[in-house]
Design a protein around this ligand. Structure first.
Ligand SMILES: Cc1cc2nc3c(=O)[nH]c(=O)nc-3n(C[C@H](O)[C@H](O)[C@H](O)COP(=O)(O)O)c2cc1C
Length: 205
């Protein structure tokens, strides 16, 4: 999957919305999460999702400017977003931040790590702060925490109990076909759908 850079044909359609998912992934685990966010976006009528891996070529700044929302995603490395994701953040300063081109766009975030906790929250905080610096409107998860009672299990939606964004955990000895588990991917899809529904609500106002 490479960067999809062209503006879509149905760009001018009345209810059309474009949601970009800008993410990094070293070994494909966070890419699975990104794909699930895209699936969630596509559950909403007339919503198109564009996957933009930051490490696979030039960033299509025009597509991001044309997007109604941008969802940021990164593995948690050293308790923070990856260096490649941070490079994307820094690179946005001149073409985007200096002219506040993302002002009032909806934003959200997701992250994946090896440990159950792994200090993932710090990655989401970094993304939310980045979005705030761009004047964006951050959307978190409106989910109850999963796996937090005697009847709960790892198969619950939001099993890692996050509100700022979607979290996933990937076992270090398994490839991206096997980890993160379905509940984490479902949580990512839920976030994608929520972002698209939020954009729709803002379009109606
Ligand atoms: C340089 C590096 C730093 C990492 N730091 C953390 C960390 O702080 N917390 C954690 O739980 N996992 C950490 N991990 C594990 C990754 O988050 C985990 O392997 C993740 O699934 C990688 O996702 P990816 O395949 O999308 O790159 C680290 C991995 C690497 C390579």
């Amino acid at each position: 999957m490479g960067i999809q850079g062209d503006k879509p044909e149905n760009f001018e359609q009345e209810n059309y919305m474009l949601i970009a998912i800008v993410y990094d992934s070293g070994w494909g685990h966070t890419a699975r999460q990104a794909q699930s966010v895209a699936e969630g976006v596509r559950r909403v009528a007339d919503a198109e999702a564009r996957l933009i891996p930051v490490a696979e070529g030039a960033i299509p700044w025009d597509v991001l400017e044309a997007s109604d929302a941008i969802v940021f995603g990164s593995p948690t490395y050293n308790g923070a977003p990856s260096a490649r994701f941070k490079q994307f953040c820094e690179d946005s300063t001149k073409p985007v931040w200096s002219a506040m081109k993302w002002r009032d766009k909806v934003a959200a975030g997701f992250t994946n790590s090896g440990a159950q906790n792994g200090d993932k929250l710090h990655s989401l905080i970094s993304m939310a702060l980045f979005a705030a610096q761009h004047g964006m409107l951050w959307v978190g998860l409106d989910l109850m925490p999963g796996n937090d009672s005697s009847r709960g299990s790892v198969h619950d939606l939001n099993r890692l109990g996050s509100w700022l964004g979607a979290m996933a955990q990937s076992n270090g000895d398994q490839g991206p076909d096997d980890t993160p588990i379905k509940s984490d991917l479902d949580t990512a899809a839920y976030l994608g759908q929520r972002v698209a529904e939020t954009v729709r609500r803002l379009q109606v106002v």
